[in-house]
Design a binder for this molecule. Structure first.
Ligand code: AHR
Length: 494
């Protein structure tokens, strides 16, 4: 009947796996994303492991953080790795020209980042400086990180405290070459990418994924030209898409918003579906076998900075609305796993749509963190395609399906199914038909709160946290689920 919500899970026609790299993080030298957020230094009174704050390590491990992208962002194309190695007291102190003009003492450099990735259990995704450094500088950087032994750079690394090479998984050939990475035209960027890629060489037996700097949102010409002219020189290409409720000059507040802003934010975030579909279609023309991966290596919400925060630090609160932005994007990612094999939310701590906010020795997990937690069993699981028939949610000119869903058969053998109800006023009753899925029972967790902008603070860190969900029943291969208004639910069928 009209208005009924029906989801069909096709367990018998599995799609490519939900690559764990789709849960990737991004940590730029921006605001307190690194200094204060990750790194407090060994002498700090904040509990730390070798200078890295312990609460953040534990929280990143708990959501099985698979990838961290570093050092930028715009910062990457002005970063010179040599300024960030060797004794910390002797490192060059610079001005961070992109982000607030603050001093950058380079105390967090290559050794600190690569060791941190290992500590957290994440793969490092290092973005190279293509905009303002010669290819030789990047070649040496890669050699410093990966050369087993014998070369001067391997010896220098050992003298800096690290004898064995690190495993460098992913390397970015510049960032936003169309903008802060050099203001290049697509044709020029393609040639530059060919040139720089030539000199990124790995030791025998090691492989790095080379990732080209991708398009800004719907700049389809960028992907076209990069794939056409340089596609053989890289293994992945990015695309960046930020969800901005209004315009660049006035983006909208992170909290204290009305339902129009709720609806426009969620309607704008699901534009990701169109972007991924169209960039993928262009890639299919040049790479029908899908050798080259698409990576949304920057995504998330971008609001006006918090009143009173440092201009240029991009510090924003994170509410239940951000939780739904996250689950809607994960559902979209699940529909494109044939081509989409990585994503990096911007950014990990204290910047834009963060997992965590810190203040001195205090740390709070955001609603976005909790969606990463709810969905973590998707990592490397096989996607089970879903059809969603849903009533529409409308507010003013903003319209989207009230119900969003995706499903994955996890590496643990269970089927995990994410369901979101974007309507802030009405519950949604959903019938889920399970084909090719057998399970004796269903359990679940839910993330919701009384208000659209509910958020966690240092004084009230438990305002938006998952709770046990009892609104699903399983009988005769069918689930009946009642989703409360503005909620994200993760079901586990075993
Ligand atoms: O994430 C903040 C900035 O957004 C990044 O530095 C840049 O790549 C993008 O424009």
């Amino acid at each position: 009947p009209a208005g009924e919500n029906v989801v069909t899970v096709h367990g018998d026609t599995p799609a490519p796996k939900f690559d764990r790299r789709l849960f990737g993080q991004f940590a730029e030298h921006l605001g307190t994303g690194i200094y204060g957020g990750i790194w407090v230094g060994k002498g700090s009174r904040i509990p730390n492991v070798d200078g890295y704050r312990r609460d953040v390590i534990d929280a990143l491990k708990a959501i099985r953080t698979p990838v961290i992208r570093w050092p930028g962002g715009c910062f990457a194309d002005e970063y010179h790795w040599r300024e960030g190695v060797g004794p910390q007291a002797r490192r060059k102190v610079k001005v961070n020209t992109n982000w607030g003009g603050v001093t950058e003492d380079n105390s967090f450099g290559t050794n600190e980042f690569m060791n941190y990735s290992e500590l957290v259990g994440a793969e490092p995704y290092v973005s190279g400086n293509v905009g303002s450094a010669p290819p030789y500088e990047l070649a040496e950087w890669v050699e410093y990180m990966t050369s087993p032994t014998g070369s001067s750079l391997a010896k220098e690394r050992a003298a800096n405290g690290r004898k064995a090479p690190w495993k460098l998984s992913m390397f970015g050939i510049g960032n936003e070459l169309w903008g802060c990475g050099g203001n290049m035209r697509a044709e020029y960027a393609a040639d530059v990418t060919r040139r720089y890629s030539t000199f990124i060489k790995m030791p025998e037996g090691q492989k790095v994924m080379k990732i080209a700097s991708g398009a800004n949102s719907e700049d389809y010409n960028w992907t076209e030209v990069m794939m056409r002219d340089a596609g053989a020189q890289f293994d992945g290409i990015g695309v960046h898409y930020y969800t901005i409720p209004y315009q660049w000059e006035h983006k909208g507040a992170a909290t204290g918003f009305d339902e129009d802003q709720w609806a426009r934010t969620l309607a704008k975030t699901v534009k990701m579906e169109e972007l991924v579909t169209r960039h993928s279609a262009i890639m299919d023309k040049y790479d029908p076998k899908k050798r080259v991966a698409l990576l949304v290596d920057e995504w998330g919400t971008w609001y006006d900075q918090e009143p009173g925060s440092h201009p240029g630090f991009l510090y924003q609160q994170n509410s239940l609305r951000d939780a739904l932005v996250t689950s809607l994007n994960f559902d979209i990612f699940a529909r494109h796993t044939d081509r989409l094999r990585g994503a990096n939310i911007a950014q990990m701590i204290n910047v834009l749509q963060a997992m965590m906010l810190t203040d001195g020795n205090r740390m709070v997990k955001t609603p976005t963190y909790w969606v990463f937690d709810l969905y973590k069993d998707y990592q490397d699981g096989v996607v089970l395609p879903v059809d969603v028939q849903s009533r529409w949610y409308n507010k003013n000119e903003w319209t989207l399906k009230a119900v969003s869903a995706s499903a994955v058969r996890g590496t643990d053998g269970a089927v995990h199914m994410g369901l979101t109800n974007v309507d802030p006023n009405q519950p949604a009753t959903v019938t889920v038909a399970l084909t090719g899925v057998t399970g004796a029972g269903v359990t679940g967790r839910i993330l919701t709160a009384p208000t659209m902008d509910a958020h966690n603070t240092f004084d009230a860190p438990g305002a938006v946290v998952p709770a046990a969900f009892t609104g699903a029943t399983l009988a005769d291969g069918r689930l009946t689920v009642t989703l409360p208004p503005k909620s994200v639910v993760m079901l586990d069928i075993r």
